[in-house]
Unconditional design. Structure first.
Length: 363
């Protein structure tokens, strides 16, 4: 999976306001500070390619090319000075480091950009066993109350959720290190934990808009509302399933989609003919309806829609045919609602983040 690149600044004794201005080019032979001298931790990270959308403080979907600031969190565990062992997990870590990721996010290690921690962290500087492990996540979130090392994030349809791998570093093998063609990179990769579903609608025949009228609402049935992450890498979706309404915005730029008082109008494009790939040509002029960021759906799973139209009323049984491998984390899918005079047919196709496929739904 492609990932966004980021660099950050940490400290073991309070976090500094200093951060790298761009990609770290430090090599592994960077001089090592003497025992007892404090060395600030700088992290490199990248973010998984999503839907080429702009990310700011109000953005939910994050992708390469997105512009910060983006607030993220990190947690750390350290080697025991005597034994060299690490804690078994992050359950004894009682707080997360808050950081701001600025600049233009990239999806290659060599283009890592800087993360700035609000309080600086430093590498261990002892006679031996000076290594540290770190793991990061987005959005910036504190630990679940009463459960150190566990994060709970709401799945509300609009927010992206990302998690990095756990990396180990020290003042002689520093985080943020990028080695061209080398195996020793210390760049963090923010990987998407949700799937992105984008909805579009169009008329299959000239009578369809008059039969159905405007689209009043689209909901996804029985979606799990909570993503629980147990550091460093266990991700579980839980809670009482509930219907989830689309975010009425364009995934490309987060601009509003103009649902009027009576709903969103879709049209039949009379300029499209049966010559060539008629369906593909109709999809090009389809009306964008909104998007939803949801828990991945495994192969063999199901997704059912509730669609309300101005003249057709509410239907709560619109089944979406999933691709053979389901709707996967880190993938974006285009779902086309094909309105005809008698049916609705959903069809799905993938778009960036990564390539997935189209889904068509006959209405």
């Amino acid at each position: 999976m492609k990932t966004f690149v980021r660099q950050a600044v940490l400290s073991a004794m309070g976090l500094s306001a200093m951060a790298l201005a761009g990609c770290s080019k430090a090599s592994l032979d960077t001089p090592v500070a003497p025992v007892g001298e404090r060395v600030e931790i700088t992290l490199g990270a990248e973010v998984a390619s999503t839907a080429k959308v702009k990310a700011g403080l109000s953005r939910g979907v994050v992708d390469k090319g997105s512009a910060g600031p983006l607030f993220v969190s990190f947690a750390r565990i350290d080697q025991d000075e005597t034994s060299g062992k690490y804690p078994a997990d992050y359950s004894d870590v009682d707080s997360a480091f808050v950081a701001s990721w600025k600049g233009t996010l990239a999806s290659a290690d060599g283009s890592a950009t800087a993360i700035k921690f609000y309080d600086p962290k430093f590498y261990l500087s002892r006679a031996s066993n000076n290594s540290t492990k770190l793991v990061g996540w987005y959005p910036q979130t504190a630990f679940k109350s009463g459960s150190n090392g566990v994060i709970e994030i709401a799945v509300n349809g609009s927010n992206d959720i990302m998690l990095t791998e756990e990396l180990e570093g020290s003042k002689d093998k520093r985080f943020g290190t990028y080695v061209v063609g080398g195996p020793d990179n210390k760049i963090f990769h923010f990987s998407h934990q949700l799937t992105q579903l984008r909805f579009f609608a169009y008329g299959v025949d000239a009578a369809a808009p008059g039969v159905w009228g405007k689209i009043k609402s689209i909901k996804l049935k029985e979606q799990l509302p909570t993503c629980e992450i147990t550091l460093p890498d266990e991700v579980v979706f839980s809670g009482t399933a509930a219907h989830l309404a689309l975010v009425k915005k364009k995934a490309s730029d987060d601009s509003d989609i103009a649902y009027g008082t009576d709903g969103l109008e879709f049209s039949f494009d009379s300029s499209v003919t049966a010559d060539g790939d008629e369906q593909a040509n109709r999809e090009k002029s389809a009306t964008e309806c909104g998007y939803a960021m949801v828990a991945p759906i495994a192969a063999g799973g199901k997704l059912t829609l509730i669609i309300e139209t101005e003249k057709g009323g509410e239907r709560d049984d619109i089944a979406v045919s999933l691709p053979a491998d389901g709707f996967k984390a880190g993938f974006a899918y285009n779902i086309y609602l094909r309105f005809s005079a008698i049916t609705i047919e959903p069809k799905a196709a993938i778009s960036e983040w990564q390539t997935g496929g189209n889904v068509n739904i006959e209405m």
